[in-house]
Design a protein around this ligand. Structure first.
Ligand SMILES: Cc1cc2nc3c(=O)[nH]c(=O)nc-3n(C[C@H](O)[C@H](O)[C@H](O)COP(=O)(O)O)c2cc1C
Length: 202
């Protein structure tokens, strides 16, 4: 059987979600997937970015990460989306990318894939779950197969978020537990996609 194709598609202003996306990439690769790590386009005006040195720095640091395209979605058997929490919702940059998927959706080409999501917020009760649930709304509309981490691995009892990996950016960069949770979440999503792929091929 061909390996599973996994797309990790994310937005990050200051690197937190990017770090989780890199860990998810490691987890997906370890599970045997071919992986495309993709950032969505930055849409904020230059003035807003330059007002926050960490934002501009992160843009520079990730200049080599390819931008997400519709082909990445079409190619993938499993897609993990990462986004900061913005007022309890996914970031507009990621939503703008999602809003370009109407053509694929209409052709049914987003259906039957495995989807999962991860996030970061500034504070501990700042809306991580609502952001992840909002991503779930998109997956429902696409006819996706949502694979959350649940409490299916010991690391989930440490990180404590069954909806998807999440990190409180106000506490600093993602720690080992958050990174391991992102690796695990990706592994689980890829394993599920592999089982589906094998079952469909049989
Ligand atoms: C416009 C805006 C809205 C935000 N809304 C929230 C929020 O509702 N709850 C919260 O805890 N943090 C909020 N934050 C903080 C971000 O979630 C946090 O900076 C982000 O997760 C860091 O991820 P990044 O380093 O990948 O950009 C907000 C930040 C911005 C700029």
């Amino acid at each position: 059987m061909k390996p599973v194709n996994a797309a990790i598609i994310y937005y990050s202003s200051t690197g937190t979600v990017h770090a989780l996306a890199r860990a998810a990439t490691e987890g997906a690769e370890k599970a045997g997937a071919r992986v495309r790590l993709r950032k969505v386009a930055e849409l904020a005006p230059p003035g807003a970015i330059s007002a926050h040195p960490a934002w501009g720095q992160h843009l520079q640091d990730t200049a080599d990460v390819a931008e997400a395209s519709l082909d990445d979605l079409d190619w993938a058997d499993v897609v993990l989306f990462g986004t900061p929490t913005r007022f309890g919702n996914p970031a507009s940059q990621l939503r703008a990318f999602i809003d370009t998927t109407g053509g694929l959706w209409r052709q049914g080409r987003l259906a039957d894939k495995v989807y999962s999501a991860f996030t970061a917020s500034g504070t501990a009760h700042g809306g991580q779950e609502s952001t992840l649930l909002a991503m779930g709304n998109v997956f429902y509309h696409w006819g996706g197969i949502i694979v959350p981490p649940g409490y299916t691995d010991p690391v989930q009892f440490q990180t404590g978020n069954p909806y998807g990996t999440s990190h409180v950016a106000g506490d600093g960069p993602p720690n080992d537990v958050a990174l391991e949770a992102a690796r695990y979440q990706a592994r689980r999503a890829v394993d599920t996609a592999a089982a589906l792929k094998a079952g469909r091929a049989a």
